[in-house]
Ligand binder design. Structure first.
Ligand SMILES: [Zn+2]
Length: 295
């Protein structure tokens, strides 16, 4: 969890707090209170924004939480919490949407109005901007479920209930199962580390490990197919790729760009694929444009 004080000049102060994969939200509110109280002592705070990894409303209701994280969040009245503890208004948005706002304000998509962002990591988060406005939809989930576009009709069951989603076929939470499935296809007896991660896959692949190259190429193809699907659906000029996996951007950007060049159906040219620039600060920086829209 990253907690920051944001002003028009950018990030003024930041604190990080470790969060376990199955963490509940209620205990973290005490940590948040500590930091927000510190910020409020030193600045004229106007509002609290929360960037949340799930489907949320801007007035602070959590509607859906993926992967068992923050499962208690739908039962917490975050707007009341912010008002009672600090007398401040709370504005909440999906984390990929906040990262997209940040990258458009000060990162890889400055001055762009039609952008898709894809955050590769534990899962695959996405968000869409069309004509400068975030796509939100009738049930606040439009553009956010790019990780749950089917990549294989006969793939594995995803945590969302669908089959063969991009996220189920190429993300950290599914990586062990993906590698074991590919391994079972007959690549000899290479031992697999438990809890395989993408840093290991890309490092070993770069060092010439043929099996890890097979895993890497499988995931690159899944991400690429999903991104071409997003391009066909949302007509962006720029696609931003972010998330922890982008530590290996030197291997990812050329492969996905080549796939887009070969397979995207775009009469006007090809969308430009760019690596995100702001890393874990993107959502914090996105708080400022979000507040400009909402206050
Ligand atoms: Zn899914």
């Amino acid at each position: 969890m990253r907690c920051g004080l944001i002003g028009h000049e950018g990030i003024l102060s930041v604190f990080d707090h470790p969060v376990s994969p199955k963490s509940r939200l209620a205990p973290l509110l005490q940590v948040l209170e500590h930091h927000v109280a510190g910020f409020a002592r030193n600045a004229d705070c106007r509002a609290i924004t929360i960037s949340f990894p799930g489907i949320v409303t801007r007035d602070g209701k959590v509607l859906s939480t993926p992967r068992g994280k923050f499962e208690d969040a739908p039962d917490i009245d975050l707007a009341a919490w912010a008002n009672e503890r600090f007398g401040l208004r709370l504005i909440m948005e999906n984390d990929a949407r906040m990262a997209l706002l940040g990258e458009c304000a000060a990162g890889a998509a400055q001055n762009c109005t039609d952008v898709v962002i894809v955050m590769l990591g534990t899962g695959v988060g996405t968000a869409v901007m069309i004509h400068g406005a975030l796509l939100r939809g009738a049930h606040v989930q439009a553009g956010c479920l790019g990780g749950h576009i089917p990549a294989r009709f006969d793939g594995r069951l995803c945590i969302c209930g669908a089959i063969g989603c991009v996220e189920a076929e190429a993300s950290t939470w599914a990586l062990d199962a993906i590698a074991r499935e590919l391994h079972a296809d007959g690549e000899g007896n290479l031992p697999l580390p438990s809890q395989l991660d993408f840093a290991t896959v890309f490092r070993r692949s770069a060092a010439g490990d043929s099996f890890m190259t097979k895993v890497r190429d499988h995931c690159l193809n899944v991400w690429s197919a999903g991104i071409v699907g997003l391009i066909h659906a949302y007509d962006p000029s720029v696609v931003v790729l972010g998330g922890g996996v982008m530590a290996s951007a030197d291997q990812i950007i050329p492969a996905v760009s080549s796939y887009i060049e070969r397979h995207a159906f775009t009469w006007w040219g090809k969308p430009e694929l760019r690596a995100a620039k702001l890393g874990p600060d993107a959502a914090l920086i996105g708080a400022w444009p979000l507040l400009q829209q909402c206050l």
